[in-house]
Ligand binder design. Sequence first.
Ligand SMILES: Cc1cc2nc3c(=O)[nH]c(=O)nc-3n(C[C@H](O)[C@H](O)[C@H](O)COP(=O)(O)O)c2cc1C
Length: 156
Amino acid sequence: MKWLKYWFCIIPGLGRTEALARSIAEGVESVEGASAKVKRVDFATVNDFISCDAVAFGSPNYFSYMAGLMKDFFDKSLSIREKVTGKPSAAFTSGGGASDSALLSLERMISSFRLEKAANGVITQGEPSEEKLGVCRRLGETLAKRALERSEAPKD
Ligand SMILES: Cc1cc2nc3c(=O)[nH]c(=O)nc-3n(C[C@H](O)[C@H](O)[C@H](O)COP(=O)(O)O)c2cc1C
């Protein structure tokens, strides 16, 4: 069995973004051979970013954007951009109101770092509903399957 490592960036707050991350992790772990790791962004390193097989970035909506800690992580990662090219990824956000712009800010990083967007992002408002947690589980499953496919593809 091949074990893959995943990680998620979450911010300490009311716990809503973390609930989404944990559901994504459940979805990842439902796929045979995949394991997930949820990590707070202030404990994440650029090496985590390089060594994982797929990544989901989540942040609460702070002033219609990702949280500053999250942005700081991307700023620090600029120098290793070439080492993460093509990695399957997805983004998710939790806000008090409409949070399209916060999701967009995360997804812009997916394109800036030339990651592969493996699934549509998830936006939630207030406490995440069971339905949204289910969407997160499916996102995790999709991400894991994509990473497995990529790891099995012949390298040239
Ligand atoms: C500093 C700060 C700024 C925020 N700005 C927004 C905002 O612009 N739009 C919005 O919908 N919610 C905003 N919120 C609300 C949070 O996005 C919302 O409560 C979110 O669900 C918190 O996620 P968490 O439980 O992971 O901390 C803000 C919260 C904080 C603390």
